[in-house]
Design a protein around this ligand. Structure first.
Ligand code: FES
Ligand code: FES
Length: 155
């Protein structure tokens, strides 16, 4: 089935198989390799994309469901220079193996777009769908706080 949608700000038209997951379509066909497969069951958030302004697990969405929608991946944020969150994760050392990181960044972006100065509890709640085996979360929360501050300053 032919789908038309916006990926990272650009119009895309593509013929996709009806059973294909958005995760596989984005990684394999669109080459958006920031989108990772962890669990494949909607539990870990490694495959998080921004779909119409919401953070969504792309392993739970079919590629055909992207038709007419707007999708952002980490590649798109980097390309348009929207990198304060990424830099804050690096500055705070909130990355170890990095497998979970793109997903965390996408969820952080949705949080800060909707709530520019979140409280710690709100950060935890916003990131509860993203799992990290390495960092113990403390540094990730610090990184989100730093990103909120830096985004506030750059306004
Ligand atoms: S791979 Fe999608 S939530 Fe884990
Ligand atoms: S940094 Fe390794 S899973 Fe999060």
């Amino acid at each position: 089935m032919k789908i038309k949608f916006k990926l990272n700000g650009k119009d895309v038209e593509y013929d996709v198989a009806e059973h294909k997951r958005a995760l596989d379509f984005l990684r394999d066909d669109m080459r958006m390799t920031s989108v990772k497969e962890g669990c494949g069951e909607g539990e870990c958030g490694a495959c998080t994309i921004i779909l119409n302004g919401k953070n969504v697990n792309s392993c739970m969405v079919l590629a055909v469901e992207l038709d007419g929608q707007e999708v952002w991946t980490l590649e798109g944020l980097n390309e348009k220079g929207d990198t304060i969150i990424q830099e804050s994760y690096i500055e705070k050392g909130a990355i170890q193996c990095g497998f979970c990181t793109p997903g965390f960044i996408m969820s952080t972006k949705v949080l800060l777009d909707n709530n520019p100065s979140p409280k710690e509890e709100e950060i935890k709640e916003a990131l509860e769908g993203n799992l990290c085996r390495c960092t113990g979360y403390t540094k990730i929360i610090e990184a989100v706080k730093l990103a909120a501050e830096k985004r506030g300053e750059s306004r």
